[in-house]
Design a protein. Structure first.
Length: 367
């Protein structure tokens, strides 16, 4: 027998002996050789577990991140299903939701000045979308019918959203479902959520109105567009019954909540840009009503146009804010959270079943 064959035979015999001993004492630990594969290219030592380089926020969950009413078993189950360290696969459902809850919890802990400033910045930045759309509409309307010019110009809708999302400013419609998650999981009280929403909405609206007053006025003086262009685009937004605008706002809020979910699921900036472009581009193409962009669109017509009154502007703003909130909270936060809770219950049942099987197997081996 050669030395290599003898060495292999000895290792095999030794492994079988160890496995036999483990079975005799009822050791239920799984032997997973794949977790101890050496990686010469990465300079790892033989016998050391291969660990992921990326440390997710969900891997550092602490007891204070959960509701005080939650049992220890539930906390351990959530930590188990939220653990996501495989970079070669998409993030797990639980990992995305828990990461969103933790991000929202951090937002709750920020100072009021920081929240308002970030929201104000988002209001300014989102105005870039309307500025580009209006400029493109004025250019295209000279060669195309108005309805086609509006649709094509709306394809520039994602620009401001990309700036806001990648720059991590606080935009109400993106944060609507996100900020409600700690409340749904009884980590934060409802009154803090309402106060936070109020600060974000106020910052977004003030920033948007300031952008409309300064930049739209600048565009008029630069002859990028005219007053008639502003009025035409405003009527394109307002020319529906209130319940149609409300339904459109619900759908837009739903899509923005989905955007926040997909952005969290992405692992790199390029993927996030693509996702934001696709979702918000669809909102612009369909002409759905987004409260923060819509505020700039209609406030611009109130300041510089001839067709929008103050009462019409305020009614429109209230309807789309409520619609966006319903879409983001009900169709994203509540449903996603309920799905997560069902997943937790399933894992708990599977864990209990495995523990029962393990006890039965051990008892049958005893003399």
């Amino acid at each position: 027998m050669s030395k290599d064959t003898e060495h292999t035979y000895n290792n095999s015999s030794h492994s079988q002996a160890n496995e036999s001993d483990a079975n005799e004492i009822g050791d239920k630990r799984l032997i997973d050789d794949s977790a101890y594969q050496p990686s010469v290219a990465e300079g790892k030592d033989v016998g050391k577990p291969v660990m992921a380089d990326d440390t997710e926020a969900t891997e550092s969950l602490e007891d204070e991140d959960f509701s005080e009413d939650m049992s220890e078993a539930d906390k351990e189950t959530i930590k188990k299903v939220a653990n996501d360290d495989n970079l070669s696969q998409a993030k797990s459902y639980a990992s995305i939701l828990v990461e969103q809850v933790m991000d929202a919890k951090e937002t709750f802990e920020r100072s009021l000045g920081s929240l308002f400033t970030s929201a104000f910045t988002a209001g300014l930045e989102i105005g870039i979308s309307f500025f580009m759309i209006l400029s493109a509409f004025a250019l295209l309307s000279s060669v195309l019918p108005s309805q086609y010019a509006i649709v094509l110009a709306s394809l520039l809708y994602p620009i401001g959203f990309i700036i806001v999302v990648i720059g991590q400013s606080l935009l109400f419609t993106e944060q609507t479902s996100l900020l409600s998650l700690p409340v749904l999981n009884k980590i934060e009280p409802l009154h803090k959520l309402l106060r936070l929403w109020g600060i974000v909405i106020a910052g977004n609206i003030v920033g948007g109105c300031l952008f409309a007053a300064l930049m739209i006025g600048l565009g008029l003086n630069m002859q990028l567009f005219s007053v008639s262009d502003i009025d035409t685009y405003a009527e394109h937004i307002l020319g529906f019954r209130w319940w149609v605008i409300f339904g459109s706002a619900i759908l837009a809020g739903w899509m923005m909540g989905v955007t926040a979910w997909l952005v969290t699921s992405a692992r790199d900036t390029l993927s996030r840009i693509v996702l934001v472009t696709l979702i918000t581009g669809s909102i612009g193409f369909l002409g759905l009503h987004h409260s923060i962009v819509g505020n700039i669109e209609i406030f611009s017509a109130l300041l510089y146009g001839n067709t929008v009154s103050l009462g019409r502007y305020l009614l429109f703003l209230v309807v789309i804010l409520v619609g966006n909130t319903v879409g983001g909270v009900v169709f994203v936060a509540v449903l996603k959270n309920r799905t997560f809770l069902f997943q937790i219950e399933k894992v708990k049942e599977q864990t209990a079943s495995k523990q029962a099987e393990s006890k039965t197997s051990i008892n049958t081996r005893r003399p």
